[in-house]
Design a protein around this ligand. Structure first.
Ligand code: ATP
Ligand code: MG
Length: 376
């Protein structure tokens, strides 16, 4: 392999970029990371770090010339940057798929066009349609910005019309927005799949997700749902991937509401709810991302042990570094820290995964240890 053939690129150097970079380096690739943050978590493992904005023409040119293929770690990368890269190198997923996943309006419209069930929603681009949308969808509702939302940021739950109007009064620049009915949730699940350029699909077991304050808190895998529901979710995710002509690793978040399966959103990248695959599966979502990007065959997605993953947010650092010795004392636990310096509340700093004989047993251990960490 020459230099370019053995070099992969990624836009974004957060924890997802870091885990991709580790997988790629382990497999013998050089990795170039483009991220404007000098402290980007992926930079520690990258061969080169281009520390510029995502729109920097020179850096994009450098990336395209030095890498045989480039991917992205997050959906908010400008689709135009992916277009520029695509004129000189392989880009997976393609700009048009990322453009849909990064905009809630395009995403919801796309899903509806495909005949895929989503919760009741309305799009508002002005005050008039905002009022109309609220009456149509009903209260309580969740108002979400159409772009740049993550971890529950850029969204507001409203119970009354006054609350809704106050939000628009305070943040008129929030428009356009999607107004969603607040759904009664039985459960949240996610499907992570990989699709090759030759339309080969591979799926990991469906994951069950618990959120706290709009942020993923705990993932249980496999999800405690019927085989029929899991199969239905996987089929829906496969339809989405095919219709987007998606190449790479993709996640679909679902709500199970009153027994019905509804798509919440699409992530054009590996997903937080797939971190358990690092320790519990034959092939992790990050190794598969490398394989899809490099045009290699998919690795087996078989899960070897039931697993529970717990996110570690900056809040845990309130009294200094958490007592990791508590976690290291548990031999079935794997701790992953992302190398971030500033532990702000709500910031994802790391995660741990407990492997068990059953999901329930792993959950018991995980909850006991998380409680102990909080008590310290
Ligand atoms: N319409 C809804 N009805 C009920 N709960 C909702 C609804 N929309 C969002 N939520 C809750 O808030 C969580 C985060 O919402 P969403 O996935 O839209 O946000 P996000 O900012 O994209 O978050 P992330 O990037 O972590 O996925 C959901 O997983 C769910 O728990
Ligand atoms: Mg989400």
């Amino acid at each position: 392999m020459n230099r370019k053939e053995s070099t992969l690129g990624i836009l974004g150097g957060g924890q997802l970029g870091r885990m991709f970079t580790c997988a790629a380096r382990t497999m013998g690739y050089d990795v170039v990371v483009l991220d404007p943050d000098p402290e980007a978590p992926a930079a520690h493992f990258a061969t080169r770090h281009l520390c510029t904005p995502f729109t920097d023409a020179q850096a994009l040119n450098d990336l395209a010339r030095s890498c045989s293929a480039v991917t992205t770690e997050f959906e908010n990368v400008p689709a135009s940057s992916l277009d520029i890269l695509a004129s000189d190198t392989v880009v997976r997923p393609a700009a048009q798929a990322v453009a849909i996943a990064q905009n809630r309006i395009l995403e919801k419209t796309f899903l509806q066009e495909q005949g895929i069930a989503v919760g009741a929603f309305s799009v508002a681009r002005c005050r008039e349609s905002f009022r109309h949308g609220l009456t149509q969808v009903g209260l309580p509702a969740i108002i979400k910005t159409s772009r740049f939302g993550y971890d529950g940021k850029g969204q507001y739950r409203v119970d009354t019309l006054e609350q809704a109007n106050d939000i628009l009064e305070r943040e008129p620049a929030m428009l356009p927005v999607v107004i969603e009915a607040l759904l009664p949730l039985d459960l949240e699940i996610s499907v992570i799949l990989a699709r090759s350029a030759g339309d080969e699909l591979s799926f990991w077991p469906v994951a069950e997700n618990r959120h706290s304050q709009g942020i993923l808190d705990v993932t249980l895998a496999p999800a405690r749902v019927s085989g029929v529901l899991a199969g239905q979710a996987q089929d829906t995710a496969a339809t989405i991937a095919r219709q987007l002509d998606y190449v790479g690793v993709m996640a679909v978040e679902f709500f199970v509401s009153q027994g019905r399966l509804l798509v919440n959103e699409i992530a054009p990248r590996p997903h937080n709810s797939g971190h358990y695959t690092l320790d519990a599966c034959m092939t992790s979502q990050f190794e598969q991302q490398v394989r899809m990007l490099a045009g290699l065959p998919a690795g087996s997605t078989e899960q070897l042990r039931p697993a529970v993953m717990v996110n570690l947010l900056g809040d845990l650092w309130a009294e200094g570094t958490p007592p990791w010795a508590l976690l290291y004392a548990e031999p079935t636990l794997k701790l992953h820290l992302y190398g971030k310096q500033d532990p702000r509340p709500g910031r994802k700093m790391g995660h741990f995964t407990v492997l068990g004989t059953s999901v329930e047993q792993a959950l018991g251990t995980a909850e006991k240890l998380r409680h102990a960490l909080r008590q310290r």
